[in-house]
Design a protein around this ligand. Structure first.
Ligand SMILES: Nc1ncnc2c1ncn2[C@@H]1O[C@H](COP(=O)(O)OP(=O)(O)OP(=O)(O)O)[C@@H](O)[C@H]1O
Ligand SMILES: [Mg+2]
Length: 152
């Protein structure tokens, strides 16, 4: 992404349980632009899928328990309007594999696209509207930093 785009809003919080992270995802879902590319960054187990459960459920696209890591399918589509897609780039190893996911097409269809391991996209994708960094603080605590960009 170009360095000239800076976040218009940032927010940081620490959650103390998976449930709190899901609740925060539901809150985020209330105020997303269309289309919207959300990049989730952070180590294994930092809570990317857990946060996604809240966002997807908050959008009314699926139940929390039906949102799981799409590592093997790479892109999972949930129901609803707008359409909601959930991708996991952990196993993506090349720009070619990445372009085969067709993320640009999904965005042009007015969808909400949530991407785990979003750091792998930086130079290969449209500019995101939301970038979320997740970090382990302790076994039950995660720091979540949300940056929103006004580039829609
Ligand atoms: N505050 C918290 N927020 C989110 N998850 C938490 C929290 N505390 C504990 N957990 C646990 O941490 C784990 C987070 O796993 P999750 O699959 O969401 O991470 P991930 O970042 O998607 O990992 P991966 O990189 O493997 O996809 C879950 O088992 C969850 O219950
Ligand atoms: Mg995950």
């Amino acid at each position: 992404m170009s360095d000239s785009i800076s976040p218009v809003r940032t927010r940081e919080l620490v959650t103390h349980s998976a449930e709190e992270t899901v609740a925060f995802g539901r809150e985020l879902a209330r105020d997303l632009p269309r289309p919207c590319l959300i990049l989730l960054e952070g180590d294994l187990g930092s809570g990317k899928t857990t946060l996604t459960k809240g966002i997807v459920a908050g959008l009314g696209a699926a139940r929390e328990e039906d949102v799981t890591s799409p590592s093997f399918t790479l892109v999972q589509e949930y129901g609803g309007s707008p359409r909601v897609f959930h991708a996991d780039l952990y196993r993506i190893e090349s720009g070619r594999e990445l372009s085969s996911l067709g993320l640009d097409d999904l965005l042009s269809a007015d969808a909400i696209v949530i991407v785990e391991w979003g750091e792998k996209l930086w130079d290969n994708a449209p500019a995101p509207q939301v970038v979320i960094q997740m970090e382990h603080v302790s076994s039950e605590e995660r720091r979540i930093a949300v940056e929103r960009f006004d580039n829609s």
